[in-house]
Design a protein around this ligand. Structure first.
Ligand code: OAD
Length: 303
């Protein structure tokens, strides 16, 4: 079905060059009206949150740590969580118990929205930094959920936010407060073995509108998220920004793909510079504006 939409989605000008200059020229031409983003853990690394698969990322750290897990991936596997949620909360505490603020890349996504160019930002990240940077909820699809709400895995009752924030800071497993239940509570992040939110599936058909897809800071290792890249029209340029070359094998590489190997913050700054006008100035202003948007779980709990 996605492919069908792809073929009937009208004409798009070819990039004048398959590099950032070509992308900037295309955006500035006014013919690129709907930009879609696919983001991953790499965009939050500068905020101090490790990614998963890089050397020094979460999975390697888990492999070397004393956290008891059959396989690092089990930390995000529902069946394992239901048996033993302790490693998950210990890791949550290490990952998100600190202080973090949106990165320049998050502010760039906000800038695209401000310039009425952002159609949808798809993210695999659960840290909510896109929202903290000012991206509207209705432009955001948090494909793997977020740490913003939580439910009991036994009776599905909602747990109060304060109790979850306390759990993230302390690393203690929160239990359901409903009388007689005491089930393990889990944040509404999507684990392996769980369905993705309906917002994910409902938004896929709109990808035929894409004039440009920017894939940033993701290894594209996890379907169905990775397969979104295949849902944009065949004549829609796709730009992949990553510190290492990312293979689009899972979704099929295209002649028109642009690959930028480098740091995402440096790359979006370069793109803003190439856009000219006040793009870079506004990018910096938006990012400066996130200074007071620093999020600390510790501010929300009394230990
Ligand atoms: P990965 O850790 O798999 O990939 C992050 C990518 O970002 C890597 O390819 C890095 O090279 C790149 N990267 C790191 N720092 C960067 C930077 N400063 N600039 C540009 N690129 C950078 O993370 P995801 O692709 O987000 O799922 O992982 C996808 C899913 O796998 C996660 O949502 C999680 C995990 O298992 C679940 O838990 C369900």
């Amino acid at each position: 079905m996605g492919q069908l939409f792809s073929w009937f989605s009208g004409t798009r000008p070819e990039l004048q060059s398959k590099d950032l200059e070509g992308v900037a020229q295309y955006i500035a031409s006014g013919k690129c009206k709907n930009i879609f983003i696919m983001a991953g853990a790499g965009i939050s690394r500068a905020a101090g949150i490790p990614d998963f698969r890089s050397p020094g990322g979460l999975y390697e750290t888990l492999r070397k740590s004393d956290v008891e897990l059959p396989r690092p991936l089990d930390i995000f596997t529902l069946s394992y969580f239901k048996k033993n949620p302790k490693p998950f909360y210990r890791v949550m505490s290490e990952l998100y118990g600190g202080t973090y603020r949106p990165t320049l890349t998050h502010s760039f996504i906000r800038l695209l929205e401000e310039r009425r160019l952002l159609n949808t930002c798809w993210t695999q990240n659960v840290d909510d930094l896109e929202r903290l940077a000012g991206v509207s909820s209705w432009r955001l699809v948090q494909a793997h959920g977020s740490l913003d709400s939580q439910h009991c895995t036994t009776c599905h009752a909602k747990l109060d936010d304060r109790a979850m924030k306390q759990a993230v800071v302390s690393g203690e497993v929160p239990l359901c407060a409903k009388p007689g239940c005491k089930g393990f509570v889990k944040p509404d992040v999507v684990m392996f073995g769980e369905a993705l939110p309906s917002k994910f599936w409902l938004n896929i058909p709109f990808m035929w509108r894409a004039d440009l897809l920017i894939i940033v800071g993701t290894s594209l290792a996890v379907p169905p998220f990775s397969q979104l890249a295949d849902r944009v029209p065949v004549n829609c340029p796709r730009v992949v920004i990553n510190t290492e070359p990312v293979s689009l094998w899972a979704v099929g590489a295209r002649e028109s793909d642009v690959k930028v190997v480098g740091d995402c913050d440096e790359t979006v700054r370069r793109l803003a510079q190439l856009m000219g006008g006040d793009w870079e100035e506004r990018l910096d202003a938006l990012w400066q504006g996130t200074e007071d948007k620093v999020f600390r779980y510790k501010d929300h709990v009394t230990l």
